[in-house]
Design a protein around this ligand. Structure first.
Ligand code: F6R
Length: 610
């Protein structure tokens, strides 16, 4: 989704530089177009165009813009094509009001019509422009900027946040109505942003906002108000302990490679969280519920599939898993007040997940447990309890370390729940948790080291591949889907991830000589997977295998690099490791194809739209 950053500073020479430096940290949210509106001596300088921050900065000299306040916006196009006129920020009718939004205005068509009929000059097809016009409209009526901003939210339906200002007033205003917003108070400057990474270059003193709240920023203060009645709220900045360097590449060519390499540390950090003081509370939430629903999207959904196998195996409970967007229609009527909804989201902002959360709360459909990475996200504030993924910032658009953390969280919870409800022996649970804690960091590092070079060599043989499958069986079901998602997402190849025993029920017809099919497997399931491999080999297809070394699998590969061998471990640890070679393969293939894996086209990391 888009990212907005608004800054007010005492020093009128630095606004362009500050806005570029801070807003560039939100690049993962959108890189279709970029714009900056900077105000100096009551005049708004608005520069915007199609491209990333770096590209548009080079073209338009954004960082040289002068002024003591301004708003920057990085766009991921939803309403209106990614063009210069649709780029944000926007002006109101005249070059007096300026502003930008993140989110969607659902009544865009009707409201635009109403504005045009009442004489507003609306220049773009972008819904963000309507936020500025709404403020413009109410300023006409009230002559008061605070009231205009407050009332503007009455006209706009949807989930959004926006920042606005007026050329002749020193403040910047911002509202939060369903999309994330965080503020920061630095020495002689204040900032409001869609997400923490762009606040941290300026300050660690942060204020998180709740929906229905608005902000007034001056260069030395941030005041928070309730939109409904305009009442000021007592909200003091808190010290964030997130290190701004987390949003740097740290010597790696891409964030994605850095984040893959951070996975051994992620294991340690997430195990620290899981073994901490809240563990019993989470297990009790599971134990007290009569039905368990696991809701997620994209990579988080793939990890949830792996989780479902763990809960069956270790805890003996059925988990109903579903995609955020389909959940209500598929399972909504089967939830009741004893249900537990486990909502999994790296960003903690995904609208498809928030819709489920909202419905569960409105209809009193039981408890909610968020599993999230972004501290301060809506999911964190709104769910009954939450488990942090403890990954630090995941900047690259493709999820890697957060998927990894999610798999570990599910494995751990399942073992602890199994121990609690007597499905497995306490010694079995203890031994498994011990492996997660003591062995997995080392095994993760070994997997990265061993499969990195193989994945790199394999990628070089796949440059002409446009179409392939990635299959898994049992625990590697979600792993294969995740590998396929990575290849699709950052290599722009069609790669379908599916259950390997399903392949013969139709898709097998696609296989011709050398057609590539990747199989992710574990020693427990390879006896079955060999059948599926044979079905492909009998049609002269090329089989690529991911898993532990097994002699019986050797005959099914033609080259060394077609077997991505992970270190020997336990049968329940193995599926966690299997994803790493697939992450690495997609990374190297993407780079070899000349794609920037951190910023794949058409995507955004935080999807706060339906
Ligand atoms: C793929 C990817 C996406 C996200 C999905 C859900 O690499 O990152 O598929 O997993 O958009 O995002 P969260 O987990 O933030 O809800």
């Amino acid at each position: 989704m888009c990212g907005i950053t608004g800054i007010v500073t005492r020093n009128s020479d630095e606004i362009g530089e500050l806005l570029v430096r801070c807003s560039s940290k939100l690049t993962y949210r959108g890189y279709d177009s970029v714009g900056v509106a900077a105000v100096r001596n009551g005049i708004v300088d608005l520069r915007k165009d199609v491209g990333t921050v770096d590209e548009v900065n080079k073209l338009l000299g954004l960082s040289q813009m002068k002024g003591d306040r301004g708003i920057a916006q990085l766009r991921w196009a939803t309403y209106g094509a990614p063009t210069k006129v649709n780029a944000q920020p926007h002006f109101g009718c005249e070059e007096v009001f300026y502003g930008a939004h993140n989110g969607n205005i659902h009544n865009y068509v009707e409201y635009k019509k109403e504005l045009l009929e009442t004489g507003h000059i609306v220049r773009s097809e972008n819904d963000g422009e309507l936020c500025v016009h709404a403020v413009d409209k109410y300023y006409e009526e009230t002559g008061d900027m605070f009231e205009a901003v407050r009332k503007s939210t009455d006209d706009l339906h949807g989930a959004f946040a926006y920042a606005v200002g007026r050329a002749d007033e020193p403040e910047i205003y911002a509202v939060k109505m369903g999309s994330s917003l965080v503020a920061g108070v630095a020495n002689e400057a204040t900032i409001v942003s869609s997400d923490l990474p762009s606040v941290l270059p300026l300050t660690n003193n942060v204020i998180y906002l709740a929906d229905g709240e608005m902000l007034v920023l001056t260069h030395d203060d941030v005041k928070v108000f309730r939109i409904e009645d305009g009442k000021q709220l007592d909200r003091k900045p808190e010290l964030s302990n997130v290190d701004a360097r987390a949003a740097e590449k740290g010597g790696y060519p891409h964030f994605m490679l850095k984040e893959i390499n951070e996975q051994p540390k992620v294991v340690q950090d997430v195990m620290g969280v899981l073994e901490g003081q809240h563990s019993d509370e989470w297990i009790k939430m599971f134990a007290d519920a009569s039905r368990h629903f696991l809701v997620a999207c994209g990579s988080s959904y793939n990890a949830s599939i792996v989780g479902t196998y763990y809960f069956n195996r270790l805890a003996g409970i059925p988990i109903i898993h579903g995609l955020g967007g389909q959940f209500d229609l598929m399972y909504g009527q089967t939830m009741n007040e004893d249900s537990l909804s486990i909502l999994v989201s790296q960003s903690g902002e995904t609208k498809d997940i928030m819709n489920v959360l909202k419905r569960v709360k409105e209809k009193n459909l039981g408890k909610t447990l968020g599993i999230l990475n972004v501290i301060g996200s809506t999911l964190m504030f709104e769910s009954d309890s939450y488990i942090p993924m403890a990954c630090g910032y995941e900047v690259s658009v493709p999820a890697t370390k957060t998927y990894y953390s999610q798999s570990i969280i599910f494995a751990y919870l399942a073992a602890k729940l199994g121990e609690y409800n007597g499905h497995i022996d306490p010694s079995e649970a203890r031994s498994f948790v011990g492996m997660l804690k003591n062995d997995l960091p080392r095994l993760t590092q070994e997997t990265i080291d061993r499969t990195g070079i193989l994945a790199k060599n394999l990628a070089r043989t796949m440059l002409d591949v446009k179409d392939l499958y990635c299959l898994g069986y049992g625990f590697t079901d979600g792993v294969a889907r995740e590998g396929a998602l990575k290849i699709k997402e950052i290599c722009y190849n069609h790669c379908e991830g599916m259950y390997s025993s399903e392949f013969k029920h139709g898709p097998l017809s696609i296989v011709t000589k050398n057609y590539p099919v990747i199989f992710a497997t574990t020693p427990e399931d390879s006896w079955m997977v060999i059948n599926h491999i044979n079905e492909v080999r009998a049609r002269y297809g090329r089989t690529i295998i991911v898993g532990e070394h097994e002699e019986k699998l050797e005959p099914y590969i033609d080259n060394k690099h077609d077997y991505l061998i992970v270190p020997k471990s336990d049968v329940l640890i193995n599926p966690i490791l299997d994803v790493i070679p697939l992450q690495l393969l997609s990374y190297f293939l993407s780079v070899d194809l000349g794609i920037n894996p951190d910023l794949p086209r058409n995507l955004s990391k935080t999807l706060t739209v339906d």
